[in-house]
Each structure stands twice: as structure tokens, then as C-alpha cells.
Design a protein around this ligand. Structure first.
Ligand SMILES: NC(=O)c1ccc[n+]([C@@H]2O[C@H](COP(=O)([O-])OP(=O)(O)OC[C@H]3O[C@@H](n4cnc5c(N)ncnc54)[C@H](OP(=O)(O)O)[C@@H]3O)[C@@H](O)[C@H]2O)c1
Length: 214
């Protein structure tokens, strides 16, 4: 049976998965690049962006779990871009250029649907106003039996955890204190009761936590 997976979700030690004040210049708000520093140097991240090289240690082993077996992604509208409210600029095609790294259908949750966007490399973005269960049904159908990745941001992942729809959650605890932003864990008291939780700290200083549905 296909699984619902989250990978590489970076969270500060005080629980924030993005900073405050997201904008075109600052996709992670005041957090800047601090949440994703462990990831940018990995071979997995570089190859996602068509580049050679990169680290091949434990961080890379976790990072590279992102792609295999995935047939569709679901993301929140704030991961797709910095605009809020009704779309002022439907020319916006996401952060990733004309050939994004997903190479599958991507379902973007939004209260402001817009026409489907088709880009190179098998990427299509479908803008959907729906509950987690409803959009998941659409994504599963599009995934054709493969797994569905919940790509973030934190508000979207939190909704899927609240609805108990996640089978595998990989969180990367980054030793920084952001103080403000969007929290992952709020309202998820005793989440660990539903999962087998494992962790490993790597030489880069981050701790990889995996939550696997019991
Ligand atoms: N730390 C990481 O690893 C990581 C990973 C991915 C992204 N990020 C960062 O996280 C930030 C985005 O996260 P976020 O928590 O602010 O937002 P998000 O989860 O990306 O998107 C939330 C927005 O999506 C729409 N939405 C969500 N659920 C919906 C539903 N059921 N029905 C209709 N619309 C729905 C709403 O937008 P509207 O009402 O405006 O339509 C909502 O405000 C960005 O800064 C991104 O760079 C971090």
C-alpha cells in the first residue's frame, strides 16, 4: 500500500520550521539559510538541482530518502511562493525555475485556486482548496500506486499529522534558536504515542528524527 511521507523537514530547537517575514528575497523569512545549511552541501541536494559533487555521509543518506518511490507531492501555498491572499501575479511559477526538482504532479493547497501549471520534467502544479483527506485522495490517484510526499511547510505538515494521515515523518532538528516563525509541533501533544521514534545526531550537529507509524 502506498505510504504518506515527509522528508527533510528542518526544525529549530525551539520548534520553528520557518522564520517570520517570508518574502521573495527571504523564502525562510528571518531564518535565512540557517535551517537548511545541513542540506545544501549534500550530494542529494546538489543532484536535485542538476549539480555534481556534495557530501556523501549520514546527512546525505537521510537527504536522499526524499525522492525514491514518490509519485506525487502535496505542499502548502506558502511553500510554493511568498504571495498571500488572492493571486496578484499568476505568472509566479514557484521558486524552482522551469524544471523543478519534483518531476511528479504537485498539489498546492490554497483557498485561492488557479489554473493548473505545467512545467518541464513531468512537473505539474494543481491548486486545490480541500481538506487533507480530500487532497490526499487526489494525490494518491495521481501517484499511481507510488507514495505521496507531504512537502511542507509546517502548517501543512501539522494538518496532516493532526488528521493522522502520515506514515513516515523525517524531521531534522537544527541546533539554532529562531525565537519566532511558524511552529511545527503546536497542538500535536503525545504525537510520539502513534509512532516508533528513532534519532541519530550527525557530525554536522543536526539530529535526524524519524517517526514511523506503529
Ligand atoms: N523547514 C523546512 O524543511 C521547510 C520545508 C518546506 C517549506 N518550508 C518553509 O515553510 C514556509 C511555509 O510554511 P507555512 O507553514 O507558512 O505554510 P504552508 O504550509 O506552506 O502553506 C499554508 C497555506 O496553504 C494554504 N492551505 C493550507 N492548508 C489548506 C487547506 N486545507 N485548504 C486550503 N488552503 C490551505 C493556506 O493558504 P491561503 O489561504 O493563502 O490559500 C495556508 O495559509 C516557507 O517559508 C517555506 O520556505 C520549510
Amino acid at each position: 500500500m502506498s505510504k504518506i511521507r515527509v522528508h527533510n523537514l528542518a526544525v529549530s530547537v525551539d520548534g520553528f520550521a520557518t522564520g517570520e517575514g517570508q518574502s521573495l528575497e527571504a523564502p525562510f523569512g528571518h531564518a535565512g539559510a540557517r535551517l537548511m545549511g545541513w542540506f545544501f552541501g549534500t550530494r542529494a541536494f546538489r543532484s536535485m538541482n542538476g549539480k555534481d559533487g556534495g557530501s556523501e555521509g549520514v546527512d546525505n543518506a537521510f537527504a536522499s530518502g526524499w525522492g525514491p518511490g514518490i509519485g506525487a507531492e502535496i505542499m502548502g501555498r506558502n511553500k510554493f511562493g511568498p504571495q498571500r491572499g488572492p493571486w496578484e501575479d499568476e505568472e509566479w511559477e514557484g521558486w524552482w525555475g522551469d524544471n523543478p526538482p519534483f518531476h511528479t504532479p504537485v498539489f498546492v493547497l490554497t483557498h485561492h485556486p488557479r489554473p493548473t501549471l505545467t512545467l518541464k520534467g513531468g512537473n505539474s502544479f494543481h491548486f486545490v482548496d480541500a481538506s487533507p483527506a480530500e487532497v490526499l485522495a487526489q494525490a494518491k490517484e495521481a501517484a499511481g500506486g507510488l507514495d505521496v510526499r507531504i512537502g511542507g511547510g509546517p502548517s501543512t505538515v501539522r494538518q496532516f499529522l493532526e488528521a493522522d494521515l502520515i506514515d513516515h515523518l523525517h524531521v531534522v532538528l537544527v541546533p539554532i534558536v529562531l525565537g519566532r516563525g511558524v511552529r511545527l509541533w503546536d497542538g500535536l501533544e503525545s504525537l510520539e504515542d502513534r509512532f516508533t521514534v528513532e534519532s541519530v545526531t550527525t557530525p554536522s550537529g543536526v539530529t535526524h528524527l524519524t517517526f514511523t507509524r506503529r
